[in-house]
Design a protein around this ligand. Structure first.
Ligand code: ADP
Length: 631
């Protein structure tokens, strides 16, 4: 032990303290996961060493057989997990085991609320890792030495998990890391050799390194024996792999403790030979909406780990996919830059994209309940694919799901295929309505005629929907049509509502005059049954919602006025037709326009003026139509 190395006490980053506290309380019923997490970390450390040793073989020292060892000591109440992988320096230990580097951690933590089940799920989405040791341990010690550093540069870390840890330099002959858990009194079962053996077989059978233990009851000088299969799962033939194997392997690579929804394992021989094993998680990760968050597959070349989060193999809209890609003809010293320029990688990317979309298609047709869960978690991300990958429309469009007026509730369960199959013979378009929320969209006055005629309308309320639909343009040869846009054409079904050949209406002209250039025109409508008026945007104009969204994001759009469509059968219009006072008719016209804006989620241009006009009219009503003027 080097004498000048004083133990140093350091505080955990605030987020770690919080995470530790919450984890210990909410994961208690999943406590055995700590073992899988420690073995995964050990396996990653061995992967990293193998990779680095290709550049610098001296890192292997004289200990080239990479393995993980577990020591149980029931008398001392400890379990220790050791690896001869890459190891950590003193700085590594302080950074890795004292802080959390993931961005968005604070937001994640603030979403945890003390409901044990919900929190456990959220923590699962976050990934637990090393800190899960504290679920079962009252004290954790880490002994480590980074490969390539001298024996005097070992490090010892220790903590009871409540706020601080100590670090101290030590002598350590062996490269790699040993993690010793001093188990809580109630968790001594994890120092039982047989219990741990079973857990390793259950959870860690198919990681790529041997996990070794001594036989139960054997003393410290007994030989270690390998207790897992220790062949990387993806290298096995499919018929030798059970669903449980696939699930456990997923948990290893993802640090998720829920089972995946689906997976696809393929060996491809062609221009590029590779194996891929891709998974769809059952929950969205906490940072799904952070487009900068790390994503991508684990990349191997000829079974040697190359890098985590190789994002070049899948498009951004499939960022929720987890898995591995093992290529036989990538060079072992490939870098992210090289991957970016490699045309073979580009070809793999489109093949893997098709693979994932094919897997989703199968899930949708064979396991609709699971697909519904997929859609709830990731549907909004999949929609980005319509915008980002025009080449994949045919594969993505059938996977889309929508809320619809054909169904109650706001669940997105209707496919475009469902819609098209339910269309009547004379319907030529796929109708949709936008709203800021599902409820707002469903209350749109534009839906009145559709409801009346029994024509289904898709209800779109996600932010991305309008942009997505504009990229999609059509499905099965049927164009999409916004119900609030352009002249209404419901084919024969609504022709009785069309009045194009009627003589110009005096009232319409008066309303137009009152509104001036607020509107592009005023016309009689066939759309409305209950409402007096609605606004309609031009065929090529952005909708009111999109306009508000873009303007809120700081974009300025060329001004364009909507058309006011009025329902002449409505009693309010009948009343207006008999209004003698020109100023009252102006007020009523403005109110008509303003309420049409409100109905689609907008605000009157001049809210105070609107309120004043409204109050005038209310008083007229209550005072028997006496005109009231403020004192
Ligand atoms: P994660 O594995 O998700 O990054 P952890 O909290 O489990 O999070 O670990 C944090 C970091 O500590 C790891 O990224 C790794 O750099 C380091 N680490 C953990 N265990 C080991 C180990 N056995 N050998 C080397 N480094 C390790």
């Amino acid at each position: 032990m080097s004498n000048e190395a004083k133990p140093e006490t350091l505080g955990f980053q605030a987020e770690v303290k919080q995470l530790l506290h919450l984890m210990v309380h909410s994961l208690y019923s999943n406590k055995e996961i700590f073992l899988r997490e420690l073995i995964s970390n050990a396996s990653d450390a061995a992967d990293k060493l193998r990779f680095e040793s290709m550049q610098d073989p001296t890192l292997l020292e004289d200990d080239a057989d990479l393995r993980i060892r577990i020591n149980c000591d029931p008398e001392a109440g400890t379990i220790a997990v050791s690896d001869n992988g890459i190891g950590m320096s003193r700085e590594d230990v302080i950074a890795n085991l004292g802080t959390i580097a993931k961005s968005g951690t604070a937001e994640f933590l603030s979403a945890l609320g003390g409901d044990q089940q919900k929190d456990a799920r959220l923590i699962g989405q976050f990934g637990v890792g090393f800190y899960s040791s504290f679920i079962v341990a009252e004290r954790v010690e880490v002994f480590s030495r980074r490969a390539g550093l001298g024996a005097a540069e070992g490090v010892h870390w220790a903590s009871t998990g409540d706020g601080s840890f100590t670090v101290e330099s030590i002598d350590r002959a062996e490269r790699g890391t040993t993690i010793v858990l001093h188990l809580k009194k109630d968790d001594r079962e994890f120092s039982d050799q047989n219990r741990v053996r079973m857990l390793v077989r259950k959870y860690s059978d198919h990681i790529g390194f041997p996990v070794q233990m001594r036989a139960a009851g054997e003393t410290a000088d007994a030989e270690f024996e390998t207790i897992n299969e220790s062949t990387a799962l993806w290298t096995l033939p499919k018929n030798e792999i059970s669903d449980d194997d696939y699930t456990d392997f997923y948990k290893h690579i993802s640090h998720d403790f829920e089972a995946p929804l689906a997976w696809s394992h393929n060996r491809v021989e062609g221009k590029r030979d590779y194996v891929s094993l891709l998974y769809i998680p059952s929950r969205a990760p906490f940072d799904l909406w952070n487009r900068e968050a790390p994503r991508g597959v684990k990349l191997y070349a000829q079974r040697v780990f190359i890098m985590d989060q190789a994002e070049q193999f899948l498009p951004l809209f499939l960022r929720f996919v987890r898995g591995i890609v093992d290529s036989s003809d990538l060079s072992l010293n490939v870098s992210r830059e090289i991957l970016q320029q490699d045309s073979g990688v580009e070809a793999m990317r489109s093949a893997l994209t098709r693979r994932v979309l094919g897997m989703l298609e199968r899930l949708a047709s064979d396991e609709p309940d699971k697909y519904r869960q997929f859609w709830n978690e990731f549907g909004a991300v999949l929609k980005e694919g319509i915008v980002e990958e025009p080449g994949q429309h045919d594969a993505i469009a059938p996977l889309l799901r929508f809320a619809s007026t054909a169904e109650d509730g706001d669940a997105q369960t209707r496919s475009l295929q469902d819609y098209v199959e339910a269309m009547s013979a004379d319907q030529t378009k796929i109708y949709y309505v936008f709203g800021e929320s599902d409820g707002a969209a469903r209350n749109s006055p534009h839906l009145e005629i559709f409801r009346d005629k029994g024509v289904e309308v898709l209800v779109l309320a996600d932010r991305i929907d309008e942009i997505m639909i504009s990229h999609l343009a059509e499905f099965d040869g049927k164009p999409f049509q916004d119900v609030a846009r352009g002249e209404l054409d419901l084919g024969d079904t609504a022709s009785d509502k069309e009045h194009a050949d009627e003589p110009p209406n005096d009232l319409l002209e008066k309303i137009q005059k009152a509104l001036g250039d607020r509107v592009a025109g005023v016309r009689r409508t066939g759309r409305l049954i209950e409402s007096p008026a609605c606004l309609v945007v031009g065929e090529n104009e952005p909708s009111a919602q999109l306009r508000r969204m873009l303007e809120a994001a700081g974009q300025s759009l060329p001004a364009s006025a909507p058309t006011l469509e009025v329902n002449l059968d409505h009693p309010l219009l009948a009343r207006m037709a008999t209004e003698e006072s020109a100023s009252r008719l102006d007020d009523l016209s403005l109110l008509l326009f303003e309420q049409a804006r409100l109905a689609e989620g907008g605000l009157p241009e001049d809210p105070a003026g609107f309120v004043k006009r409204l109050n005038h009219l209310l008083l007229d009503m209550t005072e028997g139509r006496k005109v009231w003027t403020p004192a």
